[in-house]
Design a protein around this ligand. Structure first.
Ligand code: SIN
Length: 504
């Protein structure tokens, strides 16, 4: 019998920018943040190098940011949600700056703004080149720790949800102090991040394996677009797991992609060469590597001696792998970077289950469609995290004593590594029916022995929906269906563990 505790306020699982933004916004309602890692560690937000996209410049407008967001999403972005994100983005950046996030400034004290691929304006607010995630999270963590209404447990690993007979979510089950503990709250927000840990090569913390997504799906929440995974073209290939990122801003500065023979190859793949859409660049690098020619990011001329001050995180990562990017090209490999799909929410972060909210990468607000616009994820986490926190704070839970526990098993380590390899091979940058069927058969075999594991359920959502989408769009590329024919979101629920499609 698990111990049961009651918390008079909102439960928030996850301590990235979305979870902590929700916690701050819940005030004066109390918030309990549950995470299995020290604050500003185990979350992708703290690792972000890019920055926050927001229309802060005099030549920019939220409407232009919204248009770029819709355009990048390859036909599947919800324009209303994109407009909301773009409208609230500038205030989100100002709010974080007021908390102490040290955004780069112009001589006049305005936010300095950088240009990234697929943005029609320079609108990315950065922190010391590639330090956005760390700078923003340090400021937010300080605010959370001094906020009287927020309590934080950094030793609580999500293992389950508590569900009422009407489907409503009453709380969570966490592994804490070496045992399972049920915690009942007034509302629950999942801010559990993405699925990078399902892939052999990832730029995110490897412990992010889609547990929140899997639990919400098992509880019957609507899931959107799980097949859409974004692969960052230039993770640094120095054998580290997770792989450090070489920010896209390097290509913005003029760094070239070359193969082992020293030939710049991007012109052969896209007229925009190095600044082509992220999925195009990822496939080009994949092709060069698969052909045995290798792929390297050459920043010797574009950045050169300025590397240590201009891109300190990338510089340190390269040196840790014995590569000096001032003098030699950086070996690169595409890596799982961001999950566009997730738990479907409305503009207030509410899922289709009463009492359950979701925010950040595990959520599907509809702003990313098939391909997230660069530097839209931190801004989404801040905007929709705060919205979810405010909405959850005013949620009144229906009273009820009968609770069903939905529990996940951990996946045994050697099997997890097999799954990660299979996901990269068969549900990675290139996909086809044969590979996806092979992957699904592997997941079936593993599930037979291991029972319900978050990693397997999340992997199945990706693989099954990638198999069903017989076209190529955004981050999802089917080599057996290269055209575009299906301009509708994937919306599904699990009924008794079986997937059911819903009309988009
Ligand atoms: C990057 O800096 O290349 C990543 C930015 C992002 O994923 O938004």
């Amino acid at each position: 019998m698990a111990e049961r505790r009651h918390f008079d306020g909102v439960l928030i699982v996850g301590a990235g920018l979305a979870g902590l933004s929700a916690a701050l916004a819940a005030a004066p309602t109390r918030a309990l943040v549950l995470t299995g890692a020290p604050l500003a560690k185990g979350c992708s937000s703290a690792w972000a190098q890019g920055g926050m996209a927001a229309a802060l410049g005099v030549d920019d407008l939220p409407a232009l940011h919204a248009v770029d967001t819709v355009q990048a999403g390859a036909g599947l972005v919800d324009p209303v949600m994109a407009a909301l994100l773009a409208a609230e983005g500038p205030d989100a950046v100002r709010r974080l700056a007021a908390l102490g996030a040290p955004f780069d400034r112009t001589g006049d004290g305005d936010f300095a703004q950088s240009l990234e691929a697929a943005h029609s304006r320079a609108r990315v607010a950065r922190v010391k080149g590639d330090q956005a995630g760390r700078g923003i999270m340090d400021a937010v963590v300080r605010s959370v720790l001094s906020a009287g209404h927020v309590e934080v447990r950094t030793d609580a690993v999500l293992r389950g949800l508590l569900q009422q007979p009407d489907g409503g979510i009453a709380g969570v089950v966490v592994q804490m102090d070496g045992r399972l503990v049920e915690i009942i709250g007034s509302a629950t927000i999942l801010a559990t991040g993405g699925i990078g840990g399902l892939y052999e090569v990832t730029t995110t913390p490897a412990e992010l394996q889609g547990d929140g997504l899997a639990l919400a799906a098992l509880a019957g929440a609507r899931i959107g677009d799980p097949e859409f995974v974004q692969f960052h073209p230039t993770a640094i290939d120095i054998g580290r797991d997770p792989a450090p990122l070489a920010t896209e801003a390097l290509r913005g500065e003029g760094a070239k992609l070359i193969n082992r023979a020293g030939e710049a190859f991007m012109d052969a793949y896209h007229p925009d060469a190095e600044l082509a859409p992220r999925d195009v660049v990822a496939r080009a690098i994949h092709a060069e590597r698969a052909a045995g020619r290798g792929a390297f990011l050459d920043a010797r001329t574009a950045v050169g001696a300025h590397f240590p001050e201009a891109f300190p995180a990338v510089f340190a990562a390269c040196l840790s792998g014995g590569v000096d990017p001032r003098r030699e090209p950086i070996p690169v490999v595409p890596a799982c970077h961001y999950h566009m799909g997730g738990i479907v929410t409305d503009a207030e972060g509410a899922t289709t289950l009463p009492g359950l909210f979701a925010a950040g990468e595990c959520a599907s607000t509809g702003v990313h469609g098939a391909n997230r616009l660069a530097s839209n994820s931190l801004v989404e986490a801040a905007v929709f995290g705060a919205r979810a926190g405010r909405a959850a704070a005013t949620w009144t839970a229906a009273p009820g004593k009968v609770l069903h526990r939905i529990l996940l098993n951990p996946l045994a380590e050697p099997l997890l590594q097999d799954l990660r390899r299979a996901m990269s091979t068969n549900a990675g940058v290139l996909r086809d029916a044969a590979g996806l069927l092979e992957l699904l058969a592997l997941i079936d075999r593993m599930e037979l022995n291991q029972g319900p594991c978050g990693a397997l359920i999340a992997a199945r959502l990706v693989a099954a929906c990638a198999l069903a989408r017989q076209e190529s769009r955004g981050g999802h590329y089917r080599s057996d269906y290269p055209g575009q024919v299906q301009p509708a979101r994937t919306l599904i629920t699990l009924k008794g563990g079986v997937m059911e499609s819903l009309a988009a």
